[in-house]
Design a protein around this ligand. Structure first.
Ligand SMILES: Nc1ncnc2c1ncn2[C@@H]1O[C@H](COP(=O)(O)OP(=O)(O)OP(=O)(O)O)[C@@H](O)[C@H]1O
Ligand code: SF4
Ligand SMILES: [Mg+2]
Length: 420
C-alpha cells in the first residue's frame, strides 16, 4: 500500500434542489484514501453515504448537484491525457474529477472506477445471459482503452481490427472472442462453479450470492483502480455475506485495488477496513484508522454506534438504532448548532452556539473528529439539563399554535440553516 493518497475528496457539498427546499445531503466532506487501502464509510440510513459515492462517480441525477469542493484522483496517465484540454483540472499527477467535462468523466467509469451495488438483480438485464453482460462490459472497457483518442488509452492487447469492427457493428452484435473468454475467466475468479456453463444462464437462474459475485466480476471487467462498494452484502444472508467479503478481501490482496466500502454494518467495517469515516447528517464526524475509531472513539455518535453492537467479530452484527432520529437535511430546517445535539448524551451549552466546524485532531495524526469534546473536556456544569430538547420542541409547537411568533422564529431558523 502506498502512503500517497490515490483519492482526496476536499470540502465536497452535494445539494438536492427539491420542491420542499434545498436538501444538504453532503456537507463539506473530506476523505483521503491511500493507494490499496480499504476505506469504510459507516453511518445510519440517510446520513449521506450513497450520495457521497454517487457524487464521486459523477452519477448524481437531477435535482442533485455537487455545489462545492474538489475530488483529486492521482493518475499520472490521466493527468497527461487531459492536461492539454482541461489544464485547470490538473495539478501534477492529480486530476480534479469535478473539473472534468461530463464526457471525459464518463470514460473513467469502468476503467478507473467501478461500483457494486446492494441489489445485483437491478444491475443485470434479465433478458441477457450473465456471461453476455460481463463480456459486453469487458468489450466496452477494451474499446475505451484501445481508442487512440480515449483518456483510458492503456491498451490491453485489443487490436486495431477489433476497434474498427466496433464501428461497423453495434456493441450487442459484436463482442470479441477475447472478451467472451475474459468474462468466463472473471466468473471463475469470483468463484462461480462451472463458469463456462453458468455464463450461458440468465440472472434469475443465479442465487443471490452468486449474482452478487457476478456483479463483482462485472465491476472488475475494466480492472479499475478504485472499487466503490455500496452495501455490497446487505441483501445476503450471513453465510453468503461472509463468502462475498472473503472474495473482496482476496481480490483486494491480489490486485491491490483501492476500495471505498459503504455499510451500515460495523462487523463488516471491523473485518475489512484499514480506515473509517463515520458519517452523520451529511458530515464525516469522525475518521481515523480502524484502531483509532474503534478503540478510542471521541465523537458521542461513534461511541453510540459502537455501543449499540454487542460483538464486532461477526459479519452479522448490524447497527441498532440510537435514540432519536437523523435530523432533517432541508436547509431551512437545519439548526445552527451541532446536528447531533438533540441525541447526544454529552450535549453542553457550547454545542448550541454553532456547529462544531473544527475537524480537530485527537490522539494519532490522522484521527480527527467534529465535536467540541475534542478540544474541551466534558463539563457537567454546562451540560444541558435532562429533557432540554423535549421542552424546546413543546415550546416550538406552542409558538406555532400561537400564530404570530411563527414567522419570526421560522425566519431565524432558516437564516441559521442557510449560514451553514
Ligand atoms: N433524489 C433525491 N432528492 C432529494 N433528496 C435526496 C435524494 N436522494 C437522496 N436524498 C437525500 O440525501 C440524504 C442522504 O441520502 P443517502 O441515500 O446518501 O443516504 P445513505 O446514508 O446512503 O442511507 P442508506 O443507508 O439508507 O442507504 C437523505 O436525506 C436523502 O433524503
Ligand atoms: S459537539 Fe456537543 S452535542 Fe455535538 S456531538 Fe459533540 S458533545 Fe455532542
Ligand atoms: Mg445508501
Amino acid at each position: 500500500m502506498s502512503d500517497r493518497p490515490i483519492l482526496r475528496i476536499e470540502g465536497m457539498k452535494t445539494r438536492f434542489f427539491t420542491e420542499e427546499g434545498q436538501v444538504n445531503a453532503v456537507e463539506n466532506v473530506d476523505i483521503e484514501i491511500s493507494d490499496g487501502e480499504v476505506f469504510g464509510v459507516v453511518g445510519e440510513s440517510g446520513s449521506g453515504k450513497s450520495v457521497t459515492a454517487l457524487s464521486l462517480l459523477g452519477l448524481l441525477e437531477s435535482p442533485g448537484q455537487v455545489t462545492d469542493g474538489q475530488i483529486w484522483y492521482r493518475s499520472a496517465g490521466l493527468a497527461d491525457s487531459v492536461e492539454e484540454k482541461v489544464p485547470e483540472a490538473v495539478n501534477g499527477d492529480e486530476v480534479d474529477l469535478l473539473a472534468l467535462p461530463d464526457r471525459l468523466r464518463r470514460t473513467l467509469r469502468g476503467t478507473h472506477f467501478s461500483m457494486i451495488f446492494q441489489d445485483p438483480m437491478s444491475s443485470f438485464n434479465p433478458s441477457l445471459t450473465v456471461g453476455e453482460q460481463i463480456a459486453e462490459a469487458v468489450e466496452a472497457q477494451r474499446r475505451a482503452r484501445s481508442n487512440p483518442r480515449s483518456v483510458a488509452s492503456r491498451t490491453q492487447g485489443y487490436g486495431l481490427r477489433q476497434y474498427l469492427m466496433s464501428f461497423v457493428s453495434s456493441s450487442r452484435e459484436y463482442v470479441s472472442e477475447e472478451s467472451r473468454a475474459r468474462a468466463i475467466e472473471l466468473l471463475e475468479m469470483v468463484g462461480i462453479p462451472d463458469p463456462v456453463l453458468r455464463a450461458d444462464e440468465h440472472p434469475h437462474e443465479y442465487s443471490g450470492g452468486m449474482l452478487q459475485r457476478a456483479m463483482v466480476a462485472q465491476a472488475l471487467a475494466g480492472e479499475p483502480e478504485v472499487l466503490i462498494a455500496d452495501e455490497p452484502t446487505t441483501a445476503l444472508d450471513v453465510t453468503i455475506q461472509a463468502q462475498v467479503l472473503d472474495l473482496l478481501d482476496d481480490l483486494q490482496s491480489e490486485t491491490g485495488m483501492t476500495i471505498l466500502l459503504i455499510t451500515h454494518n460495523l462487523g463488516v467495517v471491523a473485518r475489512m477496513c484499514d480506515t473509517v469515516g463515520v458519517m452523520y447528517a451529511g458530515e464525516i464526524v469522525e475518521r481515523g484508522t480502524l484502531t483509532d475509531v474503534f478503540d478510542s472513539p471521541v465523537h458521542p455518535y461513534t461511541k453510540g454506534l459502537l455501543g449499540s453492537v454487542p460483538n464486532l467479530d461477526g459479519a452479522g452484527d448490524r447497527l441498532k438504532p440510537i435514540a432519536g432520529n437523523v435530523p432533517s437535511l432541508l436547509d431551512h430546517e437545519m439548526e445552527d448548532r451541532c446536528y447531533f445535539a438533540d441525541r447526544c448524551p454529552k450535549a453542553m451549552e457550547t454545542c448550541l452556539e454553532k456547529p462544531p466546524e473544527l475537524d480537530a485532531r485527537v490522539g494519532s495524526e490522522n484521527h480527527t473528529t467534529m465535536c467540541y469534546l475534542a478540544d474541551e473536556p466534558y463539563n457537567e456544569a454546562v451540560a444541558l439539563p435532562d429533557g432540554y430538547f423535549e421542552s424546546e420542541t413543546t415550546e416550538r409547537e406552542a409558538a406555532a399554535d400561537g400564530g404570530s411568533g411563527v414567522g419570526e422564529r421560522g425566519a431565524d431558523t432558516e437564516a441559521g440553516g442557510a449560514n451553514r
